[in-house]
Design a binder for this molecule. Structure first.
Ligand SMILES: Cc1cc2nc3c(=O)[nH]c(=O)nc-3n(C[C@H](O)[C@H](O)[C@H](O)COP(=O)(O)OP(=O)(O)OC[C@H]3O[C@@H](n4cnc5c(N)ncnc54)[C@H](O)[C@@H]3O)c2cc1C
Length: 460
């Protein structure tokens, strides 16, 4: 019997997790990717001044990344992510005072409650405010309001400035990549539900111990090759071909055409819109996609003469434009005289336009401010700016994200930005990829899909 064939476009986490799941489920894939390397927004590249691969941005995972973990497990690389046994988050204030959120080995959510109570340097009244929000959480997650901002929700929950600065704001910036004044409370509640209301392991952080691409790209491509799949790198999709409301394939920039009646498009939203035939771009579902905007992340890489983190893999900075510093040399277990730091600035609207020199000066100043007792010298520096790091999770935008199943029969959308119920993260990408794979192998043009097309009003 012929295997069902699916065309997958895009080789980031979403496209590769979809493609690998399709072959696992008995299908076969043609994969088309714009770049020669793949990896999308979670990739590494060689940098001459560092003499090693560096990532486009430091990535963290959580224990509750079940789809991501299943994908990495299928590639044999899950052990390349160092998952904490219990959630531990060291936060530093200017001057270097540390305040560690260390959750004990208790069932969720008690582990978090006791962890918050045990945080040093945070007054009792502030901890009680956080616990109160924790007690109301199971009720709150039942009726998330996407039009409420995180700021409004934190006020409604009676959160004090101190607990906001130490706990809530770093969490919001790290998981939603958006300013708490703008970000959707519903998206925060989705993170809290998956991370803190499940098992204790769900909330633990996972730090990749290898450069990002090495975690999944070559392994996924090798898996597809071993199954006889066609892999086309370095040839971007230029247009999606649609006839009679059904997808019929794609055309690439080099002029090649690929025929297929099942296509998983796992590219960022603006690329999807550019490739759709004109009348479809005006379909209400795709017109909504055009209203999504992006939020930037700036990652600062520095090679320094010694680590200011004193053996810690990472620390969060309270009250700094630089949110997290990771010691990649310690994390990767390298023996080296020099130390490589990776520093994250989320929702970096105000800094993404700055010059490399200005960002280097900013890092040097913040290192002096937070580590006055451990002066470090910067030997090499690189700022990686991702202007379209994720979609913006501004309040009121969740409904603009489309479901995996598009109004065009046979065309499935994957990517961290589709309607997965969680923020645009690696987990959202892999969840969407897995869902697209399952739907792609379903018998084509199900009655349900035809019905959905009629309801939405189809253009041809
Ligand atoms: C700096 C930074 C830090 C981040 N930190 C975290 C974090 O800590 N934790 C977390 O969970 N997430 C984080 N994210 C988000 C995470 O990287 C994304 O959610 C995830 O990588 C998205 O995967 P994707 O496959 O949906 O999209 P992408 O990675 O964007 O993949 C899309 C692929 O499609 C390809 N493509 C584009 N156009 C075409 C075309 N015309 N034809 C064919 N192919 C095309 C691209 O080259 C790319 O390979 C971060 C993102 C950035 C940028």
């Amino acid at each position: 019997m012929n295997k069902p064939h699916v065309l997958v476009v895009g080789a980031g986490f979403a496209g590769l997790s979809a493609a690998v799941r399709i072959v696992e489920l008995g299908g076969t894939v043609t994969l088309v990717e714009a770049t020669r390397h793949g990896g999308g927004r979670a990739r590494s590249f060689d940098d001459r001044s560092f003499g090693r691969p560096i990532d486009n941005g430091q990535h963290l995972m959580m224990g509750c990344y079940h789809h991501t973990r299943a994908f990495l497990r299928s590639l044999g690389t899950e052990s390349s992510v160092d998952f904490q046994r219990d959630l531990t988050v060291p936060m530093l204030r200017p001057g270097g005072t540390a305040s560690v959120l260390r959750c004990p080995s208790l069932p969720a959510p008690w582990h978090l409650g006791l962890g918050l109570l045990g945080m040093r340097g945070v007054g009792f009244r502030h901890k009680v405010a956080a616990l109160r929000a924790g007690l109301l959480l199971s009720n709150e997650v039942r009726r998330p309001d996407d039009t409420e901002t995180c700021d409004a929700w934190l006020r409604r929950m009676g959160q004090t400035p101190a607990i906001r600065a130490q706990f809530w704001e770093p969490l919001i910036l790290a998981t939603l990549n958006e300013d708490p004044l703008v970000a959707s409370a519903a998206m925060l509640l989705a993170v809290l539900e998956r991370g803190f209301l499940g098992t204790r392991d769900d909330s633990a952080l996972g730090v990749p111990k290898r450069p990002l691409s090495e975690l999944y790209v070559p392994q996924a491509l090798a898996r597809l090759e071993s199954e006889g799949c066609e892999i086309v790198l370095g040839d971007p999709m230029r247009s999606i071909r649609v006839s009679g409301g059904k997808v019929t394939g794609i055309e690439t920039r080099s002029g090649r055409t690929f025929d297929a009646d099942r296509v998983v498009v796992a590219v960022p939203p603006h690329v999807l819109l550019d490739c759709l035939p004109d009348p479809w771009r005006r379909h209400p579902e795709f017109a909504d996609v055009a209203r999504l905007s992006y939020a930037p992340i700036v990652n600062l890489w520095a090679k320094v003469d010694r680590s200011p983190l004193e053996g810690r893999p990472f620390v969060g900075l309270v009250g700094s434009p630089i949110h997290w510093i990771f010691d990649r040399t310690t994390i990767e277990g390298e023996a080296s005289d020099e130390v490589v730091l990776s520093c994250t600035i989320s929702a970096a609207y105000g800094l993404v336009g700055d010059s490399s020199d200005a960002l280097r000066d900013l890092l040097a100043a913040e290192l002096r401010r937070f580590f006055p007792k451990t002066p470090v010298r910067i030997h090499a520096f690189k700022a990686v700016k991702e202007k379209r790091a994720t979609i913006s999770h501004a309040a009121g935008t969740y409904g603009l994200r489309p479901p995996v199943e598009s109004p065009i029969t046979g065309l499935l959308l994957a990517g961290d930005w589709v309607r997965t119920g969680i923020p645009a993260t690696i987990e959202s990408a892999c969840q969407a990829g897995h869902e697209a794979a399952t739907l792609a192998l379903r018998p084509p043009a199900s009655a349900w899909h035809e019905g959905r097309r009629r309801t939405l009003g189809v253009v041809s």
